[in-house]
Design a protein around this ligand. Structure first.
Ligand SMILES: [Zn+2]
Ligand SMILES: [Zn+2]
Length: 111
């Protein structure tokens, strides 16, 4: 996966900790190269609880690696404006419904 901001590709993995960071932007998991980490306008999603950008986006969930808070992602819904979705995207037709159902459970709309 290339850097979401400048498109650079991760070079040979160095032993130990990679200087690349993972983050979540618009509820999409992204990688940030060491250069772009110095920028302050990365527009990354932050944890609603602690404000950290160390988030992981998994299927339908965004988890904070700093405080462990988990929230549901809205991803999977069709974007209302700017329909730039990749055709055939995730290839999981049932996922959007699942996320929707989970959201409604959280929002307390159970019948
Ligand atoms: Zn970059
Ligand atoms: Zn947090």
């Amino acid at each position: 996966m290339p850097c979401f901001s400048c498109g650079a590709r991760q070079t040979d993995p160095v032993r130990g900790v990679s200087p690349w960071k993972r983050g979540v932007r618009r509820e999409t998991q992204v990688l940030i190269c060491p250069d772009c980490q110095r920028a302050h306008d990365l527009d990354l999603d932050t944890c609603a609880t602690c404000g950290s950008v160390a988030l992981i986006c998994r299927l339908g969930e965004v988890e904070c690696r700093s405080c462990g808070a988990v929230r549901l992602a809205r991803a999977g819904r069709p974007a209302p404006a700017g329909n730039t979705a990749v055709p055939g995207g995730s290839g999981a037709p049932g996922l959007a419904d699942e996320v929707q159902a989970a959201l409604e459970r959280v929002l307390g709309r159970t019948r």
